[in-house]
Design a protein around this ligand. Structure first.
Ligand code: NAD
Length: 470
């Protein structure tokens, strides 16, 4: 796909010359476009339009909305390559590998699944005395607030079920990756009626207003625990229902029955998909003493042969950190781990030769619970690897933090499934980590948030219930 078509897409959404905020290519730090700086007043106007459009959108009925959402998915597919190029430049993730093109494929798959998954009324009781049914209806206006790591896909996760159920949606993209989301929404809107889906590009003040607005009935939020708490506070004012997908610090436990060579590749991508900037990535790895050195060596081998660089080059499958703030967090945590006895197996300091925001895959062995790289979410390409000798202790370690998004157990399947039931997290994968599916519910426990996305549970979470009794 030519550069000029990506530029044409960008021109649809970016601020006029001399206005807006410059957005840089994450790899080269060149200016790629200008994000419109919309205000709280613009947001209020968008919410008013979404509220006015909602009854007609709901009145179309499921069948018509399904048809329109599938047409929107077709529009997305037709421009997937241009959108992937923009995403790659703005976010930093390569086109190739489980990255930008993969993200566009996910957007289409989730949109199509949300559009076509049935949610029939449930007959609760049907006997000679009682007939009661549980129905699900639109809530009203949904506010969608997203992060910068999988900006398009997470936005689709929020908006697709919401639209499917008859809500209208106002989206506030992350200020780090607004252009990708604005461009995607512009393409979706080629197929949708006016004001069913509106994006407002702005800063944290716009996000805060969207969460607190009296005409917003539900907030879908994916981002940090700190912001999640603020959104909970503002929901005391407007009583908005909330789905909160917050940060995680997923543990992986490798049992002595695991085969280090066989699992190395999947362990690697479980930890380093999107260069580690993934909510449910493997962020601390507990390996049994019997196979510890073999697992570390096998992971290091995968790291050495996995290319990192500018995402527009088809050779690369790992990219830069998206922003300086995240780069600084990763650098700080690695330095601290080194100072606290961590043994750097690969990486360990910035890859300045690749560009300002590049940090190499960094495996830090021989660290322990309590070290900041283990206890804090690194959200980047640095993995602490902790040695254990009793499975009991590994389970205690996995559960000791106040987050619980995902986790994984590696080794004999039956044994691993038994261990899995004792872990406090929304999902536990066996012999893999982080794979999601549009029909399998996903969501965190503990400080990782509440509410489920995807599948039938995801549709219910963007609806209000109504019991019809009689
Ligand atoms: P963030 O919380 O800083 O920002 C997320 C969004 O919230 C942005 O759009 C921001 O503008 C907006 N925002 C900021 N202040 C707000 C306020 N007071 N009210 C409403 N909105 C506000 O998070 P981030 O740095 O963009 O994302 C990284 C974090 O997100 C990590 O902790 C990561 O684990 C988490 N994350 C979680 C998931 C998941 O599914 N659980 C997925 C991706 C990212």
């Amino acid at each position: 796909m030519s550069e000029s078509t990506t530029a044409a897409l960008l021109d649809r959404v970016q601020a006029p010359e001399g206005e807006g905020r410059e957005i840089l290519d994450a790899a080269t730090r060149e200016v790629i476009g200008r994000a419109p700086e919309q205000t709280v007043a613009d947001l209020d106007d968008a919410i008013a339009r979404a509220k006015a459009a909602q009854p007609a959108w709901e009145a179309l009925g499921h069948e018509k909305r399904t048809e329109l959402l599938l047409a929107a998915a077709d529009a997305l597919d037709a421009r997937a390559e241009e959108l992937a190029q923009l995403l790659s430049r703005e976010q930093g993730k390569p086109l190739n590998g489980p990255n930008a093109r993969f993200e566009l494929g996910g957007c289409s798959a989730w949109l199509r699944t949300a559009a076509t998954t049935p949610l029939e009324p449930q007959v609760l009781i049907d006997d000679e005395n009682t007939h009661a049914e549980l129905h699900y209806k639109a809530i009203g206006v949904v506010g969608a607030i997203g992060p910068w790591n999988w900006p398009m896909m997470i936005t689709i996760w929020q908006i697709a079920p919401a639209l499917r159920m008859g809500n209208t949606v106002v989206v506030k993209p992350s200020e780090y990756t607004p252009l990708s989301v604005l461009a995607m929404i512009s393409v979706l809107n080629d197929a949708l009626p006016q004001d069913a889906l509106i994006a407002v590009s702005g800063g944290r003040d716009v996000g805060a207003r969207l969460a607190a607005h009296p005409d917003v009935d539900k907030v879908m939020f994916t981002g940090s625990t700190a912001t999640g708490r603020k959104i909970i506070e503002s929901s005391a004012g407007n009583l908005a229902r909330l789905t909160l997908e917050l940060g995680g610090n997923d543990a992986g436990i490798v049992l002595p029955s695991a085969d280090p060579q066989a699992i190395a590749q999947d362990l690697f991508w479980g930890a380093f998909i999107n260069t580690g900037q993934t909510c449910a990535a493997l962020k601390r790895l507990y390996v049994h003493d019997d196979i510890y050195d073999e697992v570390v060596d096998a992971l290091a081998e995968v790291a050495r042969r996995t290319p990192m660089g500018n995402g527009l080059s088809e050779d690369n499958v790992l990219g830069p950190l998206q922003n300086k703030q995240q780069f600084d967090i990763v650098s700080r945590l690695v330095e601290d781990a080194k100072a606290n006895g961590g043994r750097v197996v690969t990486g360990g300091s910035p890859a300045a030769e690749l560009g300002e925001l590049f940090y190499p895959i960094t495996l830090v062995a021989d660290v322990a619970d309590g070290v900041a790289l283990v206890d804090e979410e690194q959200f980047g390409p640095a993995l602490p690897i902790i040695r254990y000798s009793e499975v009991e202790d590994a389970v205690t370690s996995a559960n000791r933090l106040d987050v619980g998004l995902g986790a994984s157990v590696w080794g004999d399947r039956d044994e691993a499934r038994k261990v899995a039931t004792r872990i406090q997290s929304g999902t536990v994968w066996i012999n893999s980590h982080g794979g999601v599916h549009p029909m399998i519910p996903f969501g965190g426990v503990k400080g990782s948030g509440y509410g489920l996305e995807f599948g039938v549970e995801g549709l219910k979470s963007v609806a209000v219930h109504q019991v019809i009794n009689g």
